[in-house]
Design a binder for this molecule. Structure first.
Ligand code: GLV
Ligand code: GLV
Length: 329
């Protein structure tokens, strides 16, 4: 009998076909509607694998319901939605999709930065609403990107790719990271500095840190108070890294100039979210890695992780390789 794979959203055919050949699949196929929790808990009972994404919570309850589980695979680089401690207790490898989405996510980060700085969305709304009556001296005037200072918080793969783009715009690059990256400093002429210094000196503050207990609300009132009045804040990492209430206050009071956000503390946000009442905010529905090619490759990579897990091979990209450590109790 083939092993069962639960897939919590529709996935591209390329990935689906790979899994179908080797396994019985249960795919939730109501467009992009989330798989209801009770169905997830029910379907994982006899499943050997779960194909998930950033929007499902794979916690102790799910693991407790899934006694036959051999592998969890998320179609994302971030895995804060999965309880890795619970996975480790059960020696279940968890796969993710690093590397492949780096350039695509950096593109989106830079697009959001530019859209926010130059008021692209506001400008289009202005025309749509029939408000464009003549050329205006200061109409929709924004912030310069070329030559400005960008501060990148979280210099991982995506941070580097953003720094590379920033260099192309003759930006001065500052960064803050858990570890210094001397090679990146040299190659991209990036200057390491404390978080405080970065916040004080940057015209653009770009947050790319993963979501961990240490990064929870790492940007709050105190940090926002350090930023320049012309600062543009961009977040394409995780919403939990920011105190949204404090961000709202800083934007509403003009303490900082604008924000571009692809992620939120609770997703999806509704149209009456307070941040949407502000002119100086550009929001996107968590689409950092969403190019057709990249999302397809991510799905294939996630399927490869599942197939490896089902056959007892090591995953190409496990977030918890410690499960393979046979000395570990
Ligand atoms: C998306 O947010 C990801 O972690 O890949
Ligand atoms: C993700 O790929 C990162 O390390 O930034």
């Amino acid at each position: 009998m083939k092993q069962k794979v639960v897939i919590t959203r529709m996935i591209p055919d390329a990935a689906k076909e790979m899994l179908k050949k080797e396994a019985d699949i249960f795919m939730w196929h109501s467009g992009d509607e989330p798989m209801p929790r009770d169905i997830l808990l029910q379907e994982v009972a006899d499943a050997a694998a779960i194909f998930t994404n950033v929007a499902d919570r794979i916690d102790k309850e799910v693991f407790d319901h899934a006694s036959k589980l051999k592998v969890v695979s998320t179609m994302a680089v971030g895995f804060d939605n999965i309880d890795i401690t619970e996975a480790n207790k059960r020696k279940i490898p968890v796969g993710h999709t690093p590397g492949i989405l780096t350039e695509t996510t950096a593109d989106l980060t830079f697009a959001l930065l530019m859209a926010t700085a130059r008021r692209i969305v506001e400008g289009m709304d202005y025309i749509r609403e029939g408000r464009w009556k003549s050329w205006g001296t200061m109409l929709m005037s924004g912030q310069d990107i070329s030559g400005a200072t960008i501060g990148i918080i979280g210099m991982g793969r995506i941070g580097e790719a953003v720094a590379k783009r920033a260099r192309g715009f003759d930006m001065n690059v500052l960064y803050h990271n858990r570890n210094r990256r001397p090679e990146v400093e040299k190659r991209l002429e990036a200057r390491y500095c404390s978080l405080e210094m970065l916040l004080k000196e940057s015209d653009f503050v770009v947050l790319l840190s993963p979501s961990t207990p240490e990064t929870y609300r790492m940007i709050g009132e105190k940090e926002l108070n350090l930023m320049k009045p012309n600062a543009v804040f961009i977040n394409t990492s995780r919403g939990t890294n920011v105190d949204e209430q404090a961000l709202y206050q800083a934007l509403a009071s003009g303490k900082i100039w604008a924000a571009g956000l692809d992620v939120f503390e609770n997703e999806p946000i509704s149209p009456d979210h307070p941040l949407l009442t502000l002119q100086n905010v550009v929001v996107l529905p968590h689409i950092g890695s969403a190019s057709i090619a990249t999302r397809t490759q991510m799905a294939v990579m996630a399927a490869e992780n599942i197939l490896a897990g089902l056959s007892g091979r090591k995953l190409n990209h496990a977030v918890n390789p410690e499960v393979y450590d046979t000395n570990q109790k």
